[in-house]
Structures are given as structure tokens and as C-alpha cells.
Design a protein around this ligand. Structure first.
Ligand code: GLV
Ligand code: MN
Ligand code: MN
Length: 394
């Protein structure tokens, strides 16, 4: 069967879309479950059996599941809250279409190809990004993953229907991984190229910061008597921004929860999440250390308390350089670029030769409803992926 990119994209476009054109596709929530059904249907239309790994990851197979030399492609369906529709699904849609292209050309791969849909890549529901790939590689303890809870108190185990299985014993049979993804920057625009190849991912992580103080009445508590954690939090947000600029790194505080969250009550607790990223681990470590030091100093002045908990920390990823060069050559000299965004391919790269293809994003915007890749570039991405899968399975 041959479907066009526009046809497949139109099928998934309404799923989980909000009234501003963004997407609410939390892992294992209703829209994502609909997308998983869509995945199973696409696989069935192509006579591709689907297997599950007990961690929430799905695999559609062209060839015998987990036979020696398997080449893994695909991406994820989940979005950040109210994020774009391309980050993730583009890699899955393109993988099915690349298989169509290969079949139309009469190609018969010498090894199996699996199209993967990884669960909870964004960490938007349970807090730990790349949860599915961390589980299947054994990077995260299944009991820790099982106990992660979403904002409504539902555990990952409950959402999944049981304790995750953890490390996949057959992973060593995978010979290569290639994930196609929308670019989350403008480097391909600057280079006038529709498709690029990844070289590296910046080390990055998430730290939960609990600022505790004394809840009290906003009207009756004298200013001098307050122990207001919102002040310590506000100072820390500014300090994080300044320190990241000084270090040539990135620091973001974009999520906050306040107790009791009342207009007329001094908060007792402000919980904020720090997302920090840098080109190398020493810079990242030093940045986080400095931000925490400045926050603790400020807490001393405010009479508040600070507790910091790392929720996930990902080391620097250097993708297989010879594979990247080979694929860039195959694609006619495609640019090779680094990124500050995390990916399942980054987690897998510690275990399997791994590559990523990026598709041009004219605005460079991502994790926002404005995220977009033009149809012609998406089609070029499918062609590139078909070429790469042909090469890796020949
Ligand atoms: C995932 O997209 C991340 O980099 O946060
Ligand atoms: Mn993302
Ligand atoms: Mn992604």
C-alpha cells in the first residue's frame, strides 16, 4: 500500500489537538491511546505484526521480531503539554512511509526493521523524559518507574496496567537505531538543507526545587515578619537565567506549583522545576551547583528552606561519528549538527550504533503550537529515511 505524507498526517492531526492548535498527548492518556491504536492499524495495513516490551513501548515489524541485526526506527507520540504536533509523531509517520517507499521499489531488507513508538519521551506526565527507552535499556529501575506519579496521583504502573518489565534482553540483537525528528532550531534553514544528521546531544537534566516557608495571612503579616518562599523562588529564577548566560549554557524554570496557591495567603511551599543544559558535563554540573548555592544563600536571608532533588540527568551523547558521516554522505552531503534537545535515540546510543535525521523547521520553534515542518521537507525526510534504512539493512 502507498499512502502520501499528507494523507497519514491528516489522519493523526486532530488527535489530542487543543483549541489553540497545540497538542495534549500525555503518555497513556486517551489521545495517546488513540494514536497507539492508529499505530496498530498502520502496522496491520502493512502486514507488520506488533510486539510490546512490557514497558509501554510498541514495535511494528517488517521481518522476524528481534532477529539478529534488527534495525530500529520510529519515535514517540506523546507531546509536552500544549506542544507541537511534529515532535515525535513525525518520526513514526515517516517510518511507516519509508517502508512503503522501500516496498514500492521492490527492496527486500536483509534484516528486520522495527518501527517503534516509545512511551513518555517528554516526561510530561510522569516527570522522567525518555522513560520508555530508559526502561528498555535498563537505565532506570522498573520499581522507580512504576512508582512515578502524574499530577492526578496515578502511578506509571497503574497507567501501564502493571509493573514495567525493565531491560530488554534482546536489545543486543539490534544492529542500528535511526530516529527521524523535526529539527528544534534553525540550523538547517541557515544551511538551506531539508534534512540533516545529528552529531551530539548536550548533557541535560531536571531538578525539582522545593522552597518551603511559613504560610500566613497576606493582609495581617508584617513585611518584616514574613518567611515567603516565593521570594526565594523568584530570586532563584533570575539567578538561573543569569548564571546560564554567563556559562554559555541554558537554564529554564517553566513549571511551578504553589501551596496553597491563594491570592491572599503567603505561600507555605513553592515547588519549581529547573531544566538545565550545557555543551559538556563539567559546565552543566558547575551551573547547577552555582544556581543551588545562590538559592541557598537567598533562602538564608528570607528565612526559608530549600530542598533540591534531581529527577533525571542525561549525560552528553555523541552519536556514532562514522555512522553519521556515512549517512550524511549517503544523503548527498547533509549537514551534521548537534542539538540541545533530548531523544530516545540519545538513550539508546549508549548501547547500539545510533543516528538521528532532522527535518528542517523554518521557524526553529518547538514545544509550542507554532512548531512546523513544511510538507515538502517531510516528504524529503521520508525519502532520506528510506535510503538510510535501505543502507542499514542491505
Ligand atoms: C525533549 O524534547 C527535551 O529535550 O526536553
Ligand atoms: Mn520534545
Ligand atoms: Mn521528541
Amino acid at each position: 500500500m502507498t499512502a502520501t505524507f499528507a494523507e497519514l498526517w491528516a489522519e493523526i492531526a486532530p488527535i489530542g489537538r487543543d483549541d489553540k492548535g497545540g497538542y495534549l498527548r500525555y503518555a497513556l492518556s486517551e489521545p495517546e491511546l488513540i494514536l497507539r491504536d492508529w499505530f496498530r492499524n498502520q502496522a496491520a495495513r502493512r502486514d507488520m505484526p506488533v510486539t510490546e516490551d512490557g514497558n509501554g513501548n510498541l514495535f511494528a515489524w517488517w521481518g522476524r521480531p528481534w532477529a539478529e541485526g534488527t534495525v530500529l526506527t520510529g519515535s514517540h507520540f506523546d507531546s509536552v503539554p500544549h506542544g507541537g504536533g511534529f515532535d515525535g509523531p513525525l518520526g513514526i509517520v515517516s517510518a511507516f512511509l519509508a517502508i512503503d517507499v522501500m516496498r514500492d521499489r521492490g527492496l527486500r531488507p536483509g534484516r528486520p526493521i522495527a518501527v517503534a513508538a516509545f512511551v513518555e519521551e517528554e516526561g510530561g506526565r510522569f516527570g522522567v523524559p525518555c522513560l520508555g527507552s530508559r526502561l528498555l535499556t535498563g537505565v532506570i529501575d522498573p520499581d522507580r518507574a512504576a512508582a512515578l506519579r502524574d499530577a492526578g496521583g496515578v502511578s506509571f504502573a497503574d497507567a501501564l496496567g502493571g509493573r514495567p518489565a525493565g531491560a530488554l534482553p534482546v536489545l543486543h540483537r539490534v544492529s542500528a537505531v535511526v530516529e527521524l525528528h523535526i529539527e528544534q532550531g534553525k540550523a538547517l534553514c541557515d544551511r538551506d538543507a531539508p534534512v540533516g544528521v545529528a552529531s551530539a546531544i548536550w548533557p541535560h537534566g531536571r531538578w525539582r526545587m522545593d522552597f518551603a516557608g511559613d504560610g500566613d495571612h497576606a493582609g495581617t503579616t508584617r513585611m518584616a515578619d514574613r518567611h515567603d518562599p516565593m521570594l526565594t523562588f523568584a530570586y532563584t529564577v533570575l539567578a538561573a537565567n543569569k548564571e546560564a548566560r554567563l556559562a554559555g549554557a541554558h537554564a529554564t524554570v517553566a513549571r511551578v506549583a504553589v501551596e496553597p496557591n491563594a491570592t491572599n495567603a503567603i505561600p507555605s511551599l513553592v515547588r519549581g522545576w529547573l531544566d538545565a543544559r550545557a555543551a559538556d558535563v563539567p559546565t552543566l554540573d558547575a551551573l547547577v551547583e552555582t544556581i543551588v548555592k545562590r538559592a541557598v544563600e537567598r533562602a538564608g536571608k528570607d528565612g526559608t528552606r530549600l530542598d533540591v532533588e534531581p529527577e533525571s540527568v542525561s549525560p552528553e551523547v555523541t552519536f556514532d561519528a562514522s555512522l553519521a558521516a556515512r549517512l550524511a554522505g549517503l544523503l548527498g552531503g547533509a549537514p551534521i549538527l548537534a542539538t540541545g534537545a533530548g531523544h530516545d535515540a540519545g538513550v539508546l546510543s549508549a548501547y547500539v550504533p545510533t543516528a538521528m535525521l532532522f527535518v528542517r523547521n523554518p521557524s526553529g520553534v518547538s514545544h509550542s503550537p507554532a512548531e512546523h515542518a513544511p510538507e515538502a521537507d517531510c516528504v524529503a525526510g521520508v525519502e532520506a529515511l528510506a535510503k538510510v534504512l535501505g543502507e542499514l539493512t542491505s
